[in-house]
Design a protein around this ligand. Structure first.
Ligand SMILES: [Zn+2]
Ligand SMILES: [Zn+2]
Length: 91
């Protein structure tokens, strides 16, 4: 995946992102917070460095799901799109 540029976005297209580096890790999380935030039995995550991600449009909003964590979503269509936490330190 080195040198490959990933891009994606929410369901309606108001939020788009570009990723310029490899994932540090990927996991399926089934903690109660992820299950409630996504109305799903588990959520697939890939973790990237802050500096490798660029949100191209400004349709994203964040919700502080705990004092140290913010869950990003599209303000227009509601698609959960990101998770940022101060307790997760990149390897
Ligand atoms: Zn959207
Ligand atoms: Zn979780």
């Amino acid at each position: 995946m080195a040198g490959e540029r990933l891009e994606g976005g929410c369901q309606c297209g108001a939020v788009r992102y570009e990723i310029g580096g490899p994932p540090l890790m990927a996991a399926l999380c089934h903690c109660s917070m992820c299950r409630r935030a996504n109305a799903a039995p588990a959520v697939a995550w890939a973790m990237f460095r802050d500096t490798d991600i660029r949100f191209v449009s400004d349709g994203r909003r964040e919700y502080a799901s705990s004092p140290e964590a913010r869950r990003g979503f599209c303000a227009a269509c509601g698609t959960p799109i990101s998770f940022t936490a101060s307790f997760v330190s990149p390897a």
